[in-house]
Design a protein around this ligand. Sequence first.
Ligand SMILES: [Zn+2]
Length: 149
Amino acid sequence: MSDPVNEQGKQWPRHDPLRTGLRGRCPRCAKGNIFKGFLSIRKDCDSCGLSYDYADPADGPAFFVICFACVPAVIFALVFQVKVDPPLWVHLVTTLPLVLATCILPLRPLKGWLICSQYFFKAREGRVSQPWRPYGADGPLIQPSADPL
Ligand SMILES: [Zn+2]
């Protein structure tokens, strides 16, 4: 499989969006950092200059955190309360840190993964433009469909 070519004709190696995203690295060069704060996205890559204008994971990270971390943590808290009936201070030292850790810590790697996946799969707002294929995929080009409106 050949290396992908960007808009300027320079070749970049393929990077697994899961590996680069979880580390918060640039999806194109895997060296620059996507984030400038905990969840704020840089304007562009400090290493290769890739613009992150395309990056819009929206509520994706929050959705995954709610479904796979917050709900189980709250279920744990409810079951713990019903089965053990601990005093409030036990919840403050066990359940509260658990809920905070499972709800906040995964946001950044999930957001990085979604941004890198957007780049990898060329996911953006729908446009009718020219034939395309997913990043790194072989096979025939996908033809743009006619606008139904
Ligand atoms: Zn980069």
